[in-house]
Design a binder for this molecule. Sequence first.
Ligand code: GAR
Length: 199
Amino acid sequence: MVRKARIAVLVSGGGTNLQALIDAQKSGIIANGEITLVISNKEGAYALERAANAGIKTETVIKKETPDFEGRLIELLEANGTDVIVLAGFMSILSERFTSHFEKRILNVHPSLIPSFCGEGFYGLRVHQAALDYGVKVTGATVHFVNEIPDGGQIIMQKAVEIQPGDTPETLQKRVMEQAEWIILPLSVEKVCKEITEG
Ligand code: GAR
């Protein structure tokens, strides 16, 4: 394949990881892929504004208002000719119907070192609260392929981040994003795009 892999990013919130991907595309860290679609499951998510500012097509699909939520996502992703799907702070668990449709084509970024503090119920600040409650001294982020088990797919990259005295879930979240997520997510996306386009 000589063309670039077409990347769709699924978001729910602020979209700092989406921004890291947009910036990595601009700087050439992502060279074998191109973000062509951003889908949010939350109306008015700031991530949509980041996408629009970068000239990327956006869609919003609300689970409660969409009788076949995953079917609609699949329809939009296929219409976009999507090669790689990135879950970047996408706060909805996808079933086997969805994950098996795009086997080894979906990546997720999770804000801990899997298999710690992961699986159903572990998302956003809750993950960092759990790490602080446990008293671990090191946490980090993981990028992995998505299968039917929440946070259970093959690991692509991980990066460790130290916990510091006085950390709150908010300060820890910020450090994990800056020192790990925003670095390993673009690198992992490029790795998978390169494998697909060269394969
Ligand atoms: C990120 O920390 C991401 O790792 C986490 O949500 C945040 C989204 O931030 N994802 C999960 O917890 C998934 N289980 P963002 O919208 O600014 O990228």
